[in-house]
Design a protein around this ligand. Structure first.
Ligand code: SF4
Length: 428
């Protein structure tokens, strides 16, 4: 029988034991003895949030399609388990094999938002892995940071052996091949890091001297190792239909934040809102073809048993085949009890028409994101929304049958004045 890292006695004391036992539908089982590389993919937040992240599911599937790699998952233990692990000296383990992660070759940590940075230290600490790269030895895993916050790596540079700048589908296999080759040749950790730093998109902090200005911004950054490049360039998927996509996402036993099939329709955003990290790091816009999405929608609903499918992108209204994919989903799946959800739509007549086809209007509210209360500040952040457009959108929504509208604003934008803040109340 499969042995769990936590005893029944501990599991029954926890708020949600299912966060820690693995073995969900579509979870991958391999013999750790029969692979060359053990990779722990970490989302440094609680299970329900991490399991809702599409990027992690894509990379998990991509790695595990290779026979020589066993990719497993780790998340931040909730405070109840954190305390027990510290009291009983239980090392952090991966969900699939339930083995301690300190035995692994790699730990890849996705950096989605800065609020999770302290959780990264929690994961390393509970994993019994030295926090700083300078203190790690040949016995320790290589710690990689990736995801959107890796584009600004310096605040975390002391804790990571390397950062992967760009989209995960691009250079990971090259990195893994170099690791395998180095291991076979009896090479050291440092030799592997040198090989890795030659790959476009890989940044190894140990190989750069960084000087700071008084205000904390970077003054200079010089490579101190001949293998390190002067400039690290982000790596992007060029043709979306040719990139890896999941066919069998892991389906959790418990309710998670994104409890549905997620179909990525495109990556990037054509809008240029100045405050938007995603809009900037995922440039340029790249779309999936309609045929590809039709195929994957059917495959994913079948392999998971989910009764809801969500179209995912930064700004779905800008997807050029939106009408085609929505009509396909309605025709194929609505009668089979599958709900369709369409987040990230701009509110205009076309979007309202599409949404009224797929949603129960009485139950749902519409969300606009004017972001700032005054036209002046909306212009500063390049939001591209006038008061007229916002009021027209709201008017069309009310006429279309919705009776609730949610508005998102941000406080604290650069140059903000009291008038801008008062503008929020006036517009609302
Ligand atoms: S439309 Fe949304 S995703 Fe696109 S740049 Fe603006 S805030 Fe970012």
């Amino acid at each position: 029988m499969r042995k769990l890292a936590l005893s029944d006695e501990i599991l029954l004391r926890l708020e949600k034991p299912a966060r820690y036992i693995g073995n969900e539908v579509n979870a991958v089982v391999k013999d750790p003895q029969k692979v060359d590389i053990r990779f722990a993919m970490c989302f440094p937040d609680v299970y329900e949030i991490g399991m809702s992240h599409l990027g992690m599911q894509i990379l998990y599937d991509m790695f595990n399609r290779r026979e020589d790699i066993y990719c497993e998952r780790i998340f931040s233990p909730w405070t109840d388990l954190d305390q027990i692990m510290r009291e009983q000296n239980i090392p952090l383990f991966a969900l699939e094999s339930q083995d301690p992660i300190k035995k692994f070759d790699f730990i890849g940590i996705t950096l989605q938002y800065e609020m999770c940075y302290t959780n990264i230290l929690q994961v390393l600490d509970l994993g019994q892995i030295p926090l700083h790269w300078a203190d790690r030895t040949e016995e320790d895993p290589i710690i990689i940071g990736g995801g959107p916050c890796a584009y600004n790596p310096e605040p975390l540079a002391e804790f990571f052996d390397m950062f992967y700048i760009g989209e995960g589908e691009t250079v990971y296999f090259d990195l893994m091949d170099r690791y395998k080759e180095n291991k076979k040749n009896g090479g050291s950790r440092r030799e592997f890091l040198e090989l890795a730093s030659e790959i476009e998109g890989i940044y190894v902090p140990a190989f750069y001297d960084v000087a700071y200005k008084e205000d904390g911004t970077i003054k200079s950054m010089e490579p101190n190792n001949p293998h390190a490049k002067e400039k690290v360039t982000k790596q992007l998927v060029v043709t979306m239909d040719e990139a890896y996509y999941i066919e069998k996402p892991v389906v959790p036993f418990i309710k998670v934040t994104q409890d549905r099939v997620v179909l990525e329709v495109m990556r990037g955003c054509i809008r240029g809102c100045r405050f938007c990290q995603a809009g900037n790091v995922y440039r340029p816009l790249r779309e999936h073809s309609l045929e590809y999405l039709k195929d994957y929608a059917s495959k994913l609903l079948k392999s998971t048993g989910y009764e809801e499918i969500s179209l995912s992108s930064l700004s779905s209204s800008d997807y050029s085949h939106l009408e085609g994919i929505v009509n396909f989903l309605i025709d194929e799946f609505k009668d089979k009890g599958v709900n369709i959800s369409l987040p990230s739509l701009r509110i205009d007549a076309f979007s309202l028409d599409v949404m009224s086809k797929v949603q129960d209007i009485r139950k749902s509210s519409l969300t606009f994101a004017p972001e700032a209360g005054s036209q002046r500040l909306r212009d500063v952040i390049n939001k591209g929304l006038s008061e007229e457009i916002i009021l027209k959108g709201a008017g069309e929504a009310f006429q279309g049958g919705w009776n609730r509208v949610k508005l998102y604003f941000m406080l604290g934008l650069p140059t903000e004045t009291v008038e801008d803040m008062e503008g929020i109340a006036e517009l609302s």
